[in-house]
Design a binder for this molecule. Structure first.
Ligand SMILES: Nc1ncnc2c1ncn2[C@@H]1O[C@H](COP(=O)(O)OP(=O)(O)O)[C@@H](O)[C@H]1O
Ligand SMILES: [Mg+2]
Length: 134
């Protein structure tokens, strides 16, 4: 039986305006939920990779959003956790990092007659459970 405490919530934080604390709030909400014992997956969809930088991750060092959205990699294979060497994420927080590669996304998808929409995001994560979660 579903129990609210064990359900998965999706929280999207977005605004076209820059400098309004999207990245800062995302990082703090994720860290706070992690401290409360929740497992949190943060997905950086920003071409300017603000959240990736916020957590001290070099943007080109790892496969991330671009590779997942183009189908080159599966999310569960590239998600970073605090257990990975050289990664310092808050407890319970997992990250799909972003990079400048995302600038090429429209061009790559359109050559395959695809376009980016929220269904792509949801289908990638449907049925997915962060490793370690029961
Ligand atoms: N509550 C706050 N008080 C003071 N400065 C803040 C606060 N929240 C965010 N900032 C600062 O505002 C700037 C923009 O925040 P950021 O989260 O990068 O915005 P966005 O992601 O919307 O572009 C950053 O320098 C950040 O440190
Ligand atoms: Mg930002």
């Amino acid at each position: 039986m579903d129990h609210p405490e064990h359900s998965t919530w999706v929280i999207a934080i977005g605004n076209q305006k820059g400098g309004v604390a999207k990245t800062t709030n995302t990082a703090h909400i994720a860290a706070a939920l992690g401290r409360l014992g929740r497992k949190v997956l943060v997905w950086d969809l920003d071409v300017n990779y603000g959240l990736t930088s916020h957590f001290g991750i070099p943007p080109m060092a790892y496969s991330g959003t671009f590779h997942v959205l183009t189908g080159e990699r599966e999310p569960e294979d590239i998600i970073l956790t605090h257990e990975d060497p050289d990664i310092e994420l808050p407890n319970g927080v997992h990250l799909i990092p972003s990079s400048r590669d995302l600038e090429k996304l429209d061009a790559v998808l359109s050559t395959n007659d695809l376009f980016f929409n929220q269904e792509i995001l949801l289908s990638l994560l449907r049925g997915y459970r962060i490793k370690g979660r029961a």
